[in-house]
Design a protein. Structure first.
Length: 81
């Protein structure tokens, strides 16, 4: 069973291809309310010990918000033909 498809659950795997400090230590995915996201985790050191910092990004970018243009009045005098 693929737990990444079960709502409100996900998976993380060790990032064996990490080459830079800013790349996550773990990568995976999570589904929340039927929407799929990429999940990234970094192991960090804090005052109380080690912890994981997380980041979540949508798998599919949402369509850009429509930007309706203001209607302009064009007359026959404005047309070049």
């Amino acid at each position: 069973m693929d737990t990444s498809k079960k709502d409100n659950s996900g998976v993380l795997f060790r990032n064996d291809k990490k080459e830079a400090h800013n790349q996550p230590d773990y990568k995976g995915n999570i589904t929340v309310a039927g929407v799929e996201y990429w999940l990234s985790a970094w192991i960090k050191d804090g005052k109380s010990g080690k912890f994981m910092g997380l980041a979540v990004n949508p798998k599919e970018s949402q369509p850009p918000a429509s930007n309706p243009r203001k209607a302009t009045n064009i007359t026959d005098d404005d047309l070049p033909f």
